[in-house]
Unconditional design. Structure first.
Length: 256
């Protein structure tokens, strides 16, 4: 009873109890009940942040659909190719996951990479320090899709997430463009080969053979991979700008 009186007193005075504001309302036979959230007065005035969130979500989906629909006019230049086992090029290890639970936090800045096959594997953000380096590839060993992603930033990785770190003595110029080429090569090599009955575990990943461009000296041709992906990305961006201008009624000079 000693805890009830301060609450009743606060109610009569219209004061908050701790961080909980007092709400003077009543229950009725019409459906109002004792659930606190049902009686909270919401601020329903739309602010710029509310519009920004829904607009960003829509544009991310819409532009993503556009990018997938674009047909690239370029063709890959002919070059010499060679088969490599992934372990010849990458160090294959399971993700480092902090013992402390790494729940996503809207105020966090460190990416939390899950076993998801969407959104580059990003589940959310955390305030904990990153436990894995950036400039690596990731893929899950627990899902059917086993989607491969390039991670440009240090991150926290879920258990069962496999991290492929390039061996500097083999691929000394590894970057976003080269990483994306390897993503495509690995995706192509494992397509249709793995599922819940035949899982892509660390051992299988190490032995998986991928086709990689090489120089006449049989060294991995980093320049070829980088230039190819750069050109493809530039063409997609150019097509996206044209489509954006069409949708917004803006010409190439940015005038209405």
């Amino acid at each position: 009873m000693c805890q009830i009186f301060p609450t009743l007193k606060s109610y009569k005075q219209g004061k908050s109890v701790g961080n909980i504001p007092v709400i003077k309302d009543a229950i009725s036979d019409g459906g109002d009940d004792w659930i606190y959230e049902k009686h909270v007065l919401q601020d329903s005035d739309v602010q710029i942040d509310d519009l920004d969130e829904c607009l960003s979500d829509f544009m991310a989906f819409d532009f993503g659909q556009m990018l997938h629909s674009f047909v690239l006019r370029m063709k890959l230049p002919e070059t010499k190719m060679k088969m490599f086992a992934i372990e010849d090029i990458f160090s294959v290890k399971s993700s480092q996951y902090p013992r402390k639970e790494s729940e996503s936090d809207t105020s966090g800045t460190v990416r939390v990479i899950s076993n998801s096959a969407r959104d580059n594997g990003v589940k959310g953000y955390s305030n904990l320090p990153a436990s894995n380096p950036g400039n690596v590839l990731t893929l899950s060993s627990t899902t059917n899709e086993n989607k491969v992603f390039y991670q440009d930033q240090p991150f926290i990785g879920f258990p069962h997430l496999v991290v492929l770190t390039p061996k500097k003595e083999i691929v000394c110029e590894f970057n976003k463009f080269i990483g994306l080429y390897f993503v495509g090569a690995i995706q192509k090599a494992k397509r249709g080969r793995y599922n819940y009955n035949s899982k892509l575990n660390n051992k299988e990943i190490k032995k998986l053979m991928i086709s990689v461009p090489v120089t006449n000296g049989n060294e991995i041709d980093c320049k070829y991979m980088e230039n190819t992906v750069r050109e493809m990305m530039s063409e997609k961006i150019a097509q996206l700008i044209i489509e954006m201008n069409r949708l917004t009624g803006t010409n190439q000079e940015g005038e209405d």
